[in-house]
Write a protein of this length. Structure first.
Lengths: 226, 251
């Protein structure tokens, strides 16, 4: 359904502000994730540090969105599409905050172990990380453009990251068997790989929310899992 | 189970058509809310259910409205008997300028329901209890009903309506003149009454429709645009006009 503007302009403005804040938060989280992954790719630890620092802003956005949502519910009693818009914003902001947290966690581990890491594993990490970033970007676009099909694609393609994570973890363990001296670094990398997989899960959660926002229905069936 | 089934109801005020082919199934012992902008026909439809439109000379009702297979739109229908079965509560509390007791006893008296003073006392007490007013008025039943507060007056009108044990109660914006506490009391009462009675309520308050009803119908320009479970109407209506109205995008 295409929406006409509300009769009460201030209500229209409040809902628009909520959408804009989600988009801003999402853009920030995308940048955080990009810096985290590029820190390893470019062997530039300052990018990881930037990602850690930027997580403060992500957390602030989450609180701000929560305040906006509580105000809208208390003062406007949104209905139908507006109710979905409001509830979905709360849930999406929570998933975005988790993505930011996971990116920060990866960055923290990087600052501990440095960027001089086994090449085969970092390559795997890079591929999975870029795939997760792509998923986050796609799902935010689906939110921005109200694109149901894009949300469904994200939902359906999370299994690729799951599969990557499984094989990457196996590869890391194999590497460890041959290179016992790397135990500290590889242990950290295992957590980092797992975090990438979790980021994919949160992108999938957001896809479910965007689908609900647009259609009012829930994505049905079991999500494909790797 | 359906209590009232309206099919292709058309209503005219002189040459002006007010309702167009309205068909609706009103479920028994549920609350059905009718919403829509002023002049959309929701009150006109409500008034078809107890033949209140009969008092408007130029009004003509076509189509079928059946209550338990009884055709309400038949000329042969005993309208007085119908109004015993289908009570009504209006926007503005309108107790009679009589005592609280007499207000409630009026219906049972004209319909010859009570056989004795004791029986009438019992009906008055039960009706006032069901209307959640008994405790507030039991010591002053001989005081004039119009002396009560607005919320109490409305509950008195509900007690008056239920005193003849109706099967259906029609409410036309029953809370629009009441404060939030009195409104909550009426809404609690509606919740309670629906265990025994079918209720149809016209309201301009979206949140009230959402709170009290199980089914909601949206009227616009004399047509029933959408009718369905209340949660569906307020979370994800099928019709764009319904959504525009309930979200405040109308016009």
């Amino acid at each position: 359904m295409s929406e006409k503007p509300h009769i009460v302009k201030s209500y229209e403005e409040q809902l628009q502000l909520l959408k804009d804040t989600i988009v801003k938060m999402g853009t920030g989280v995308e940048k955080q994730l990009e810096n985290t992954i590029q820190s390893l790719v470019k062997k530039d630890i300052s990018l990881a540090e930037k990602s850690i620092k930027d997580d403060e802003l992500t957390d602030k956005y989450e609180i701000n969105i929560e305040e906006q949502v509580v105000n809208l519910i208390a003062l406007r009693q949104p209905m139908a599409i507006d109710l979905r818009e409001t509830v979905v914003a709360l849930k999406v902001s929570s998933d975005l905050e988790r993505i930011g947290d996971l990116a920060k966690n990866i960055s923290k581990r990087l600052t501990k172990i440095g960027t001089d890491l086994p090449n085969d594993i970092t390559k795997n990490f890079e591929i999975a990380g870029l795939k997760a970033s792509k998923q986050v970007n796609a799902v935010l676009n689906s939110y921005l453009h109200r694109a149901k099909d894009t949300a469904e694609n994200v939902w359906n393609s999370d299994e690729e990251i799951d599969q990557m994570t499984n094989s990457n973890m196996e590869a890391a363990v194999k590497h460890l068997e041959k290179n016992k001296k790397d135990i500290q670094k590889v242990t950290q990398l295992l957590f980092m790989l797992k975090n990438i997989e979790r980021i994919g899960d949160h992108a999938t959660n957001i896809a479910e929310q965007v689908y609900f926002l647009i259609t009012g229905d829930y994505l049905e069936g079991d999500r494909p899992k790797g | 189970m359906s209590k009232i089934k309206a099919e292709n109801v058309n209503v005219y005020y002189g040459s002006k058509q007010a309702l167009f082919d309205v068909s609706i199934d009103i479920a028994e012992k549920e609350v059905t809310a009718l919403i829509g902008p002023s002049g959309c026909g929701k009150s006109t439809f409500l008034r078809c259910l107890n033949r209140m439109n009969d008092v408007i000379e130029i009004c003509r009702v076509e189509g079928s409205i059946k209550m338990d297979n009884l055709e309400l739109n038949s000329r042969k229908l005993d309208v007085v008997r119908l109004r015993e079965k289908v009570g009504m509560v209006f926007q503005k509390p309108n107790p009679f300028p009589k005592t609280i007791y007499e207000n409630v006893a009026y219906g049972p008296t004209i319909h010859g329901i009570a056989q004795s003073k004791e029986e009438m006392d019992q009906i008055v007490e039960t009706s006032l209890k069901k209307a959640a007013l008994w405790n507030e008025v039991k010591d002053r039943l001989d005081e004039i009903g119009t002396g009560l507060s607005g919320g109490q007056q409305q509950r008195l009108c509900i007690a008056r309506a239920i005193s003849v044990s109706p099967e259906v109660i029609l409410m036309d914006e029953p809370c629009s003149a009441l404060d939030p506490i009195a409104t909550a009391q009426i809404e609690e009462l509606i919740d309670d009454l629906k265990k025994e009675v079918t209720i149809v309520i016209v309201t301009h308050s979206m949140s009230q429709a959402a709170r009290v009803s199980q089914k909601t119908g949206f009227f616009h320009l004399g047509k029933l645009i959408e009718f369905g479970p209340t949660d569906k109407i307020f979370k994800n209506p099928d019709n764009q006009q319904t959504q525009d109205y309930i979200t405040g995008r109308f016009g």
